[in-house]
Design a binder for this molecule. Sequence first.
Ligand SMILES: CC(C)(COP(=O)(O)OP(=O)(O)OC[C@H]1O[C@@H](n2cnc3c(N)ncnc32)[C@H](O)[C@@H]1OP(=O)(O)O)[C@@H](O)C(=O)NCCC(=O)NCCS
Length: 179
Amino acid sequence: MKYSIYKGGRHLEIVQLFSDTFPFEENNEEGSLIGKLAKDLLNRTSETDLKVFLCTHEESIIGCVMFSKLSFHESKADVWLLSPIAVKKGWRNKHIGSNLINHAHSFLRNSGVQIIVTYSEIDFYPKVGYKPLSVDTIQTPLIVACPNCWIAISLKDSIIRPITGKSYCVEAINDFRYW
Ligand SMILES: CC(C)(COP(=O)(O)OP(=O)(O)OC[C@H]1O[C@@H](n2cnc3c(N)ncnc32)[C@H](O)[C@@H]1OP(=O)(O)O)[C@@H](O)C(=O)NCCC(=O)NCCS
């Protein structure tokens, strides 16, 4: 099992992984939607605003997680948004997802990233250190239906200090369907 930062050339395989991973809806709409998110992040986001990490096994991609920049007009805090993540069916619950996130956290911490946020209702993220985040501490970039699904981890300090003002996500994920 190899964990690494993605350096390009495998966009189609990555998009396929996400499209295959999210067939939650009967009409597979969610599969297509998260595949579209992965595709748009890869194709429409500048290199400086996107970091992608892979888990590979014998050259095959079995896990992927993406982080995109969250910006603020009134703060230079280095904050990134984790979304989406997928581990291939048949490989789940073998600690690949958590190892992949921990690998990415180490890389991002060494690059100076302070805080990672994400928006999810699944109980997986507390296993890798994420805790509930008040929207008063860091605003969600879009209005969300589930404020309790807004969670974060600090990669530097023990607490997350409030960041004043509105947050802005990258264009690819600036769509209420993902929130
Ligand atoms: C969620 C996902 C990325 C987790 O990756 P994984 O490799 O299966 O998870 P891990 O084996 O590293 O799990 C680490 C811990 O989290 C738990 N966990 C895994 N998936 C979970 C889930 N969906 N809900 C709650 N807990 C979960 C595991 O039981 C394990 O607990 P333990 O440490 O007490 O044994 C993967 O299951 C996946 O791709 N799921 C489908 C796509 C998805 O839901 N993506 C996230 C959308 S927000």
